[in-house]
Design a protein around this ligand. Sequence first.
Ligand code: E4P
Length: 217
Amino acid sequence: MKFFVDTAEIDAIAELNDLGMVDGVTTNPSLILKSGRDIIEVTREICELVSGPVSAEVVATKAEDMIAEGRKLAEIAPNITVKLPLTWDGLKACKTLSGEGKMVNVTLCFSANQALLAAKAGATFISPFIGRLDDVNIDGMDLIADIRQIYDNFGFDTQILAASIRTVNHVTQSALIGADVITAPPNVIKSLANHPLTDKGLEQFMSDWAKTGQKIL
Ligand code: E4P
């Protein structure tokens, strides 16, 4: 399973990238706002750092304008993935841009039928939002499982990019179901390393080691 990091913060991407934990990056207008950076400038920097797909989102709502914005974003670097919302216009733009050979990530997916349409429109990635479904008391993991089943039933090669991941459990469940990719904020990716029994065990080892009076270096 691939790990994408869901941020536009260069330092956080670099730290995870140095550990080989970054297969790609996703951004959105809210993350660009949070970074306080110019979209073109920060996206170019991310693409210089990371060789995998880097999603940059259009902000137009009409298909022709989305296509123009997508073409401009795709000029930033060869690893740009144009991110389009799952609207009818977004699907039209997806068909055109994927037909031009550009990678497309169709985002804001909240139903299996939406995912089916995105696959038929040639999306490289579909982004179902787990956390935002959980927020309205719908189990986001059920959607990931439904899309996996549907894509496998018909051999669609659109990759399931499990998004809006808020917890380590979302990562485990996505991996078990067979999502192709997860995108998560840096703190969630880093917290995958945590376990209270690891902390407890280490504390015990340190305490016993101190009693030996020995040194390794
Ligand atoms: C994915 O591409 C989105 O940028 C992201 O996962 C949204 O997450 P949120 O619902 O926590 O904002």
